[in-house]
Write a protein that binds this ligand. Sequence first.
Ligand SMILES: CC(C)(COP(=O)(O)OP(=O)(O)OC[C@H]1O[C@@H](n2cnc3c(N)ncnc32)[C@H](O)[C@@H]1OP(=O)(O)O)[C@@H](O)C(=O)NCCC(=O)NCCS
Length: 189
Amino acid sequence: MTTYLESERLTLRPFAATEADLLIELDSDPAVMRYLTGGAPTPPEEVRDLAVPSILAGYERWDHDLGLFAAHEKDGGMFVGWFCLRPLRSGPREEAELGYRLHQAAWGRGYATEVSQALLAKGFTELGMRMVWAETMIVNLPSRNVMEKLGMTLAESIPTPDDMMKVEGSEHGGVRYEITKEQWERRQA
Ligand SMILES: CC(C)(COP(=O)(O)OP(=O)(O)OC[C@H]1O[C@@H](n2cnc3c(N)ncnc32)[C@H](O)[C@@H]1OP(=O)(O)O)[C@@H](O)C(=O)NCCC(=O)NCCS
């Protein structure tokens, strides 16, 4: 199995077509889905028929350089969730969105920060990224903390998407954070 990226404690690799169950289980925890759907699980058929084919198509579209990848612990191999670094379908390839979703058992151990730091380094040094952004709800403090620890800066407030209006805290809206290649390089110096 190809390794996309290694951080200190985790390995990222592409999802296989046969691994829908990993995503179905991850999305079945109401705590994981709290700020995404209000706690509702993603229907298994939606994962199998839409999410997995779209993830696999992304690998082809971006020549296996960008996309959404499975994260496993190096020690023992446990699946802990996913990370993504991917442009908008119709957007410039030099600007990508960072995202993450982890099993509750893996929270609070610095995993999201560790892997995201490694993804930014890969993006800016190997993949020709000019800017990386991330979006979340104002009330999703763990996610915002990761963005801030990465040195991303608050770029703008964004409206809550229509399909998230029933999610707790949606009335406060969302936030978009960004980091440019220059900002990232200054932090490394
Ligand atoms: C967001 C998420 C990926 C963070 O993963 P993680 O590995 O626990 O993140 P880290 O440990 O690297 O950092 C989280 C930070 O938020 C802090 N934090 C956690 N819960 C918090 C809370 N309720 N309020 C304030 N800060 C909080 C942690 O203390 C940590 O900061 P620290 O290192 O300064 O102590 C994880 O919570 C998750 O998967 N949530 C569900 C899915 C989700 O919401 N994804 C993001 C959608 S935009």
